[in-house]
Design a protein around this ligand. Structure first.
Ligand code: 5GP
Ligand code: ZN
Length: 115
């Protein structure tokens, strides 16, 4: 699996940096966000380093679908019936960690449109 040594999510996936892991499989891990923006805020992180959604390729099609399936399962595991899934792409959209991840947030009313 390609990895970027200085990438914090690559380090978490490799268990070189601690995180509160809720789930893991061959393709991804689910972890608690370190600075939750909602009562439930978890991240679905592929093991493969893809910097942004824009950098995903045709070969990532199944992986991207898997991340959404696991996001829904993680929300269910947290007891959420409604939840927000977010992928921020690039700094102007709020991306701060340049390793693709899906936010799953819930446990409060989520406003629309987001800021
Ligand atoms: P982004 O802003 O890139 O869409 O989301 C990055 C998320 O990762 C943020 O919600 C931030 O709180 C979270 N985060 C940043 N560093 C760490 C870390 O070291 N561990 C965990 N678990 N979450 C992190
Ligand atoms: Zn990475």
């Amino acid at each position: 699996m390609n990895r970027v040594p200085e990438c914090i999510f690559c380090r978490i996936v490799a268990k070189e940096q601690p995180a509160r892991l809720l789930y893991e499989d061959d393709e991804c891990v689910v972890l608690e966000d370190i600075a939750p923006k909602a009562p439930v805020h978890v991240l679905v992180v592929p093991r493969k380093h893809i910097a942004t959604l824009k950098d995903s390729a045709q070969e990532d099609e199944a992986l991207l679908g898997h991340l959404l399936l696991i996001a829904a399962r993680a929300a269910g595991g947290k007891g959420l019936s409604g939840f927000r899934t977010v992928i921020n792409t690039n700094a102007e959209a709020g991306q701060t960690i340049f390793h693709l991840h899906v936010h799953v947030m819930g446990g409060r009313n989520m406003r629309w449109p987001p800021g």
